[in-house]
Design a protein around this ligand. Structure first.
Ligand code: EPU
Length: 330
């Protein structure tokens, strides 16, 4: 976001030994610790972080095991995510190609169970290797113990701050992705007469869709989707649809719950393509869910703009939007 204060201390780590050294040093100094990848989904408080920021630069891309149809990849947590996707696609593997162009590092993907265009990391992840601050050792956590759900995991909820992820192992398959494809992807295939359904074709489609709709964080300050899509009960959904005639974008989560589009809700309360002079913040013209920093001077400005959106949606729909990127504040 290009906002927020400084860290008191910062160190880059390139292997497990350096992770331990950094953690021990912080412990001796009595400092709190946070591990980050590229910081592309983090908002920093204006007074900075009064502890040690560990920047994970652990690299590795290794075929751990494979046979005729399966490939298991072990990837260092500090590997830039999109280059991992690119390499796996070049190797003819399917499983993460719809997660193309997502900013950040590999180790960050399990934290919020990164998902886009019909795939999420929980579907391909098999294990996570991490340092467990609770018992001071390295542990291997199977996918069944990650507590994954929509945009969430135990790593950002009950066990927040406990594990420092050093690598992840993915189970990818040789061959093509299987339909049905995410609506926007299918439309892209149809409109461009793309008949092949290879991992490379899916990656290409996702890259084209994302580039057309989402701002590049290297060019425009943003952290991607600013809110999670709210999940409401059937009853709440029926109330909203009675009061709002017309098509409401929604997806069934289970038999009693419905996921709504946060972007749609924001658009309905007049906050799409809004450029707020008071705070210097804006919503992206092509995706209302993305907040961008045009000329804000502080995280307080960003949070004030966020609050305007939250209150407008709450007033009209009685839904409280929940922030998706992490706020790290002193
Ligand atoms: N829509 C609107 N107005 C908008 C944009 C979208 O009404 O300005 C409606 C449309 O009906 C559209 C639907 O919302 O069909 C869904 O839009 P989109 O496909 O862009 O998905 P999203 O739910 O808004 C989620 C993720 C994105 C991810 C896309 C694609 C969350 C919070 N966001 O957005 O992830 O790229 O799906 O799968 O789940 C991110 O997390 O940073 C991120 C960009």
């Amino acid at each position: 976001m290009g906002l927020g204060g400084n860290a008191l201390h910062l160190v880059e780590v390139t292997d497990r030994k350096e992770v331990l050294q950094a953690l021990n040093w912080a412990h001796d100094q009595g400092l709190q610790v946070v591990m980050i990848g590229m910081g592309s989904n983090i908002i920093w408080g204006d007074s900075g972080f009064p502890g040690l920021v560990i920047v994970n630069k652990i690299l590795n891309y290794e075929v751990y095991e494979e046979d005729d149809t399966n490939t298991y990849l072990t990837i260092g947590a500090g590997e830039p995510w999109d280059s991992v996707v690119e390499r796996s696609v070049q190797a003819g593997l399917t499983g993460i190609e719809a997660l193309s162009l997502i900013p950040g590092t590999t180790g960050a993907t399990p934290i919020q169970n990164v998902g886009a265009y019909g795939q999420e990391i929980a579907q391909t992840l098999t294990t996570i290797e991490a340092h467990d601050a609770l018992n001071g050792s390295f542990v291997t956590i199977p996918v069944s113990e990650c507590g994954f759900s929509y945009r969430s995991s135990r790593f950002k909820t009950i066990d927040k701050g406990r594990f420092f992820i050093t690598s992840i192992t993915l189970h990818l398959r040789k061959g093509n992705p299987l339909p049905p494809f995410y609506g926007a992807v299918q439309d892209y295939f149809d409109q461009n007469n793309i008949a092949e359904r290879t991992p490379a074709a899916l990656r290409q489609a996702v890259m084209a869709i994302r580039t057309a709709k989402l701002p590049d964080p290297a060019m425009v300050h943003n952290v991607g989707s600013f809110f999670a899509n709210p999940i409401v009960s059937d009853w709440e959904y029926s109330q909203i649809s009675q009061q709002n005639p017309g098509l409401i974008p929604h997806w069934a989560v289970d038999t009693h719950k419905v996921k709504l589009s946060a972007a749609w809700l924001i658009e309905q309360v007049g906050f799409k393509d809004v450029h707020d002079e008071a705070t210097g913040m804006a919503t992206w013209p092509k995706q209302a869910l993305v907040l961008v920093n045009e000329h804000a001077s502080s995280t307080a400005d960003l949070l004030a703009f966020k609050q305007k959106i939250v209150e407008a949606v709450k007033t009209k729909f009685n839904i409280t939007l929940v922030q998706e990127p992490e706020l790290i504040a002193a």
